[in-house]
Ligand binder design. Structure first.
Ligand code: ATP
Ligand code: FE2
Length: 332
């Protein structure tokens, strides 16, 4: 039995979680936010630098352990923003040196997926809808395969951009959801699904023009955006369920916090006799607990583990893809 400390720092969030034997002991995080405007990578890195010690101490305290009790340090290796990833890796290496414990490099997207096990999902199709990523993923012969994905923007980044055009701050997802609740005024938007892939840039241009024209209420824009874009995501997820013959759908990533998206997934699953799983909000958004959780599984399987004398081999992987990772820890 090991205690794993996981560090998340791929984008806006710096988080540290502690896991013991598949149980989450703590999950503390702090996110870079703005009142107006988007996120600037260097500013994000400064944010992480500033909060890391405090998050570390809080996480240990919440878990009720001392740092000497930590057996393994896991960190998000990629994909993500290089300046933000570097902060996390440096901190992981510092801790590894100080505590004389091994490091595990974890793929952020696969962590979003594996944490779904905590909800009881065993072999799901995953709709991974976050800021930078939008993918339909499922396990098949040794790897997590990407069955479909966005051809341009991540759905969360797309939503954040529209929120910015509407004069709302970052992150825009919760603000769009709030606006959408106050409307039933559906304005037709381009619907862009190609097989199991989706694209958002055409919809973004159309929405920008609508916003610039000042002719449409914010609420109607938010409502129409959600109805269109979430229908696209649910359609591709359903196609992947049909294609793979799997019977479980798992939602992951920050956009998964959206209750309308959850509702649409539930309806689709009910109609085709599949089970729907959705982790708690604190595990949907970027967080350290999911990194520790997958870190523990990978450590036990000796996958991507680095000892003290191998630190120079450890690097960030800003562009690592889900299907680059050999999933040696899963057998089915
Ligand atoms: P990635 O996993 O691709 O690195 P990320 O680090 O940006 O992405 P997450 O923390 O998983 O991601 O998700 C953040 C995104 O989730 C933001 O774009 C935010 O607007 C969106 N989001 C959060 N809450 C909601 C909501 N209620 N509705 C829609 N989107 C939401
Ligand atoms: Fe994420």
């Amino acid at each position: 039995m090991v205690i794993v400390l996981g560090i998340e720092s791929t984008a806006h969030t710096f988080g540290i979680g502690i896991v013991k034997d598949g149980k989450i002991l703590s999950n503390v995080r702090d996110s870079y936010t703005t009142e107006k405007g988007g996120m600037i990578p260097i500013e994000v890195a400064k944010h992480h630098q500033k909060v890391k010690e405090e998050i570390y101490n809080k996480s240990l305290k919440e878990a009720g352990i001392d740092e000497e009790n930590v057996d393994v340090i896991a960190f998000s290796q990629g994909p993500g923003l290089p300046p933000a990833l570097l902060e996390g890796m440096r901190f992981a290496k510092e801790l590894s040196k100080k505590l004389k414990k091994p490091l595990v490099g974890v793929n952020h997207c696969i962590a979003h997926l594996e944490i779904g096990r905590i909800t009881g999902a065993k072999d799901p199709v995953m709709l991974y809808a976050s800021g930078a990523n939008t993918q339909i993923i499922a396990y098949a012969s040794g790897k997590y395969r990407v069955f479909g994905e966005t051809l341009d923007l991540g759905v969360g980044n797309f939503i954040d951009t529209i929120a910015r055009f509407l004069g709302e701050g970052f992150p825009g997802g919760p603000k769009i959801q709030k606006l959408a609740k106050n409307s039933k005024n559906y304005i037709e938007l381009p619907y862009s699904v190609k097989g199991m892939d989706v694209s958002f840039s055409g919809i973004q241009t159309k929405l920008k023009n609508m916003i610039d024209s000042n002719k449409y209420p914010k609420e109607a824009i938010a409502y129409s955006l959600q109805e269109t874009v979430f229908a696209m995501l649910v359609e591709t997820a359903e196609r992947a369920l049909a294609h793979t013959g799997k019977k479980e759908l798992l939602l992951g990533g920050g956009v998964g916090c959206n209750t309308r998206l959850q509702e649409m997934c539930k309806i689709m699953c009910k109609e085709r006799g599949a089970k729907f799983f959705c982790p708690d909000k604190s595990l949907l958004v970027d967080n350290g607990a999911m990194i520790a959780y997958l870190g523990e599984i990978m450590f036990e399987a000796n996958a991507n583990v680095f000892e003290q004398n191998e630190m120079d081999k450890v690097d960030i992987a800003p562009r690592q893809r889900t299907d680059d990772v050999v999933v040696s820890w899963k057998h089915n």
